[in-house]
Design a protein around this ligand. Structure first.
Ligand SMILES: [Zn+2]
Ligand SMILES: [Zn+2]
Length: 422
């Protein structure tokens, strides 16, 4: 496991310097699959596929696949050096300095023979991972595309054929469940396939940003912040019943009233408690956050705090960003905060404003808010020069993580052939 995680770290570091190298995306996708993260594997495989498509259809692609001239050779040397260093008990990565140099001259385009080499594995990893996450609609789409391509190229289709069998079995069951057996037998109607899948919620083994939420210094820090936004409340660490493996039972019970019985597994989480009696109707928490999202394009809302903009004739009229036509703030204060905390990194980059906002299908609108919120968090991290997981708005949010090696996840979709290793 340690050596797989070490390769994961190496490959991720290399991707920072070669983000358009499909070899590396595929390599990391296979590592993610091996570690039991098909959701992350499908994202890597999809990026590898998009980059490979630029090899055969350069006109249609925004980014073009390329790698360092000696990338493959270097990667081998680097992993050998790392193995040797690890064996000697020396964990320093001596080759990292070279990797950080960004020399434009050393890149070469990915060739058609490289494309031919990778494309089969990329399609198989993508479809296999999507099936593992139960994203059957996308799995079907890519599987059909891959099979068409493989047949045309005279390549072996058997892996994709097997996966198509899994998708079709799921389709038949779903058709029966939805009472849609009237729809044509044999042909798959992708609209009946599930578009949303699921993934394990775990603390990734390479994530070094997790705070100890129940440590006294963390609780003290949070209470300093809470003191200013909710003076009558305080944060405490509490033991809640562990929800793993008994989702249904607990969901029906009143978990607030009933504490866990002794001997039950517990989950320590942070909660907000009243320090004194609070009368009904009193506002107990007032906090403004810049980590917000709205997808109402061109509505008259402040880009930072999302309140309605004042009239242009108002005493304190709205303030526009000097470099961005569509970025308007309700006040000078919001404008200045935005520049310091999130807007700096995206200022003047035209085109970013419409991403996730210009939505064709209204059913996708709610999902796009996640994307926008993530985009805001990334902009905050880039502007403030911190890791996104170290933003104070993010750092203490806690999902109830599953154990990394837990096999008791009720939400795990059935996997086609074998379960991924823990
Ligand atoms: Zn504002
Ligand atoms: Zn701007």
């Amino acid at each position: 496991m340690d050596s797989v995680i070490h390769s994961h770290t190496k490959t991720t570091n290399r991707l920072y310097t070669e983000p358009h190298n499909p070899h590396l995306h595929l390599a990391r996708g296979l590592i993610h699959e091996q570690l039991g993260f098909p959701d992350l594997a499908s994202a890597d495989a999809y990026r590898a596929l998009s980059l490979l498509e630029s090899v055969v259809d350069p006109e249609e692609c925004e980014f073009h696949a390329r790698r360092r001239a000696e990338a493959i050779h270097e990667a081998e040397l680097a992993s050998k050096a790392a193995e040797a260093a690890a064996a000697a008990g020396n964990r320093h990565d001596t080759d990292d300095e070279d990797e950080d140099e960004d020399d434009e001259g050393t890149f070469v385009p990915i060739t058609k023979p490289e494309y031919d080499d990778l494309i089969g594995t990329v399609y198989e990893l993508l479809v296999r991972s999507l099936v593992s996450c139960a994203c059957f609609r996308d799995a079907f789409d890519f599987c059909a595309r891959g099979m068409g391509l493989f047949r045309e190229a005279g390549m072996d289709c058997s892996v994709l054929q097997g996966l198509m069998g899994v998708i079709k079995r799921h389709y038949t069951e779903r058709r029966a469940k939805l009472g849609r057996e009237d729809s044509k037998e044999g042909d798959v109607d992708p609209r009946l396939l599930s578009a949303m899948g699921s993934a394990r919620r775990v603390l990734y083994p390479w994530n070094m940003h997790e705070p100890d939420r129940k440590a006294p210094e963390t609780v003290r820090l949070l209470n300093e912040r809470v003191g200013t936004v909710a003076p009558k409340c305080e944060v405490k660490a509490v033991a809640l019943p562990s929800l793993h493996g008994s989702h249904d039972k607990i969901a029906n019970a009143d978990t607030n009233a009933a504490g866990p019985e002794s001997g039950d597994e517990v989950s320590i989480q942070l909660g907000l408690f009243a320090k004194e009696d609070i009368p009904p109707g009193e506002i107990l928490l007032r906090e403004s956050s810049l980590l917000t999202a709205t997808n109402r394009l061109h509505d008259d809302l402040c880009d930072a705090c999302n309140t309605l903009l004042p009239e242009l004739s108002a005493e304190n009229p709205p303030v526009a960003c000097e470099n961005c036509d569509d970025t308007i703030f309700c006040s000078r204060k919001c404008h200045d905060q935005a520049q310091d905390l999130y807007h700096g990194a995206i200022c003047g980059r035209e085109g970013l404003a419409s991403i996730g906002r210009d939505i064709q299908d209204p059913r996708d609108k709610a999902d796009c808010l996640y994307l926008l919120l993530l985009g805001r968090a990334m902009a905050m991290a880039a502007t403030q020069g911190v890791h996104p997981l170290d933003l104070p708005e993010v750092k203490y949010i806690w999902g109830d993580f599953h154990d990394l090696d837990s096999n008791t996840n009720n939400n795990d979709p059935p996997t086609p052939d074998q379960s991924p290793p823990p």
